[in-house]
Design a protein around this ligand. Sequence first.
Ligand code: AMP
Length: 283
Amino acid sequence: MKTITQPDEIQSWTMRQRCAGKRLALVPTMGFFHEGHLALMRWARERADALLVSLFVNPTQFGPREDLKRYPRDPERDARLAEEVGVDVLFMPEAEAMFPDGHATWVEAPTLCRGLCAVQRPTHFRGVATVVAKLFVLTNPSLAVFGEKDWQQLAVIRRITRDLNLPVEVHGRPTVREADGLALSSRNVNLSPEERGQAPAIHRGLLHVARLVEEGETDSSLLLASLGKRYAREMPLGRVEYMAAVDPDQLYPVEEVSGPVLVAVAARFANARLIDNILISRK
Ligand code: AMP
């Protein structure tokens, strides 16, 4: 496995590969790998001649009072795991190389950034969209793979890819979970043992909503009220930041479950903010 830190170096490497007719896959990450990241890498590996993984804790997607400094990091372990799953190139740029002094250009998709995580994190998605657009330009991949756990992020990336005619297939992959249902996240290490005990309630609650829909409930406000009650009971250490039922592509709130609906939640614990979602379709 090759490790590259310089943007111009990754760009010339990928350019040479593409000129030689190679199909490249990109998996963008912020590191501290878990099975969720590795599942994306294995899936991408099967579909390309070369697999690139970027490891970049992107400062522009963190707000001023967010956990950039506390974000967990272990680049040596990450490099070992990446090599084991067959990554060809690990791109690990410094923040100054990606966003040098004077950087002033942003990529935004404002209609997808009014609700859900954007309410508490108003500049988050413009940071994500900008860094992903830069990574696409630098690595020129045929395909890029993202996790459905970060559904709003995936929707924004699909949108900017279409709107800017970026020649990249964007793929979303299912959320990988612990045995008790908690979505794997690099931030789970910041949960206290007691919080870790309560956090699986997030996913259990989403499954409960799916069951209610299956039984015939279609009123979003009733579904979310029932979810909120469960969270108050089962997860007293987590403050629910939002619970929403939205259109899966456009992300606007839906009042009545008549077609596919995404139910998404965010919960804040003392040192970790966790998100999860479930896609529900009425039979
Ligand atoms: P991150 O390092 O958290 O920015 O995540 C890098 C990529 O891994 C993103 O596309 C995430 O959506 C994806 N990802 C994170 N957690 C999971 C998970 N539990 N299952 C599947 N994909 C995930």
